[in-house]
Design a binder for this molecule. Sequence first.
Ligand SMILES: C[S@@+](CC[C@H](N)C(=O)[O-])C[C@H]1O[C@@H](n2cnc3c(N)ncnc32)[C@H](O)[C@@H]1O
Length: 293
Amino acid sequence: MVWQGVLCYAAAMEQRFDTKTEAIRHAPWRRLMDRSLGRARSVPTMLSLEEQKLYHWLTAFWADGAGAIVDLGCFAGGSTARLAEGHRIAGLVSAIHAYDRFTADEDVKQSILYKQGLSPFEGNDILPLARDLLAPWGDAIHFHRGEIDQMSWEGGPIEILVMDASKAAETMDRMAEAFFPYLVPGRSLIVQQDFLHWSQPWVPVQMERMPVHFTPLAYAPRDTVVFLCTEAPDREALATARTAHLSDSELVAHLEVAARSFSDWGLEQRLRDMIDGLRANPGKRRAYQFRKP
Ligand SMILES: C[S@@+](CC[C@H](N)C(=O)[O-])C[C@H]1O[C@@H](n2cnc3c(N)ncnc32)[C@H](O)[C@@H]1O
């Protein structure tokens, strides 16, 4: 049976897919027009245009209410807005959870928020701003302020988990322990926003250490790889997947494996660049400590 959501969408693309897993492998969001992002387009974001369309597609066409939509690292709400707009047009009733410490320094305000049209404002607190920008999607969005790695999740199954706050190996490990057990095998996706970012080598290493639990399905430039959960990781699997205690040479060995397994995706060099980045920054486990080789 043809999956209806994909059928509607595929009709516009003159393509048919039997399952949404097959559809996502063909990057259908690339066919979305910019205007399909709707009101979300006015919310400043650090995402590339293709990543924005991917987020929209995931909630508009992949999600079918198997669990919550969780955005770890929503900043001023840009990623959450793209998810929320897709969620709205799909008529989903699942909750959307936006996590962040919700602060921005003057440099970030200047380079992202003002550059994308917001008026200058006083102070570093951006929670009121995020609430304001996300108001069009109303009560669907729940805000969680604080250090995500010190929080727990009690919202039941998670259908789409966006990871955009994995800026340090140790905090990423803790986030995985708190959220990954709630993914639903065969239905849930992890969006690894920084999978290919040269200064965060622990991200692909974490995924490489859970091959039974996650299968890569899609890539959206610049840095995003989407994984299907094939088996929810238990406590033991999550302990094995920890990255913070690994030496540089252990991280490099895992990155070598990841580079080979993503060679068919044309991504081998991106992972090799990450190895170069790590070698130029020995012992560093926080993205902001990395200097370009
Ligand atoms: C790259 S930005 C996210 C961009 C956002 N998704 C967008 O669409 O513009 C990363 C965000 O993660 C947040 N972050 C990183 N580590 C965090 C932590 N441990 N706890 C809470 N927030 C964190 C930062 O405050 C920042 O807003």
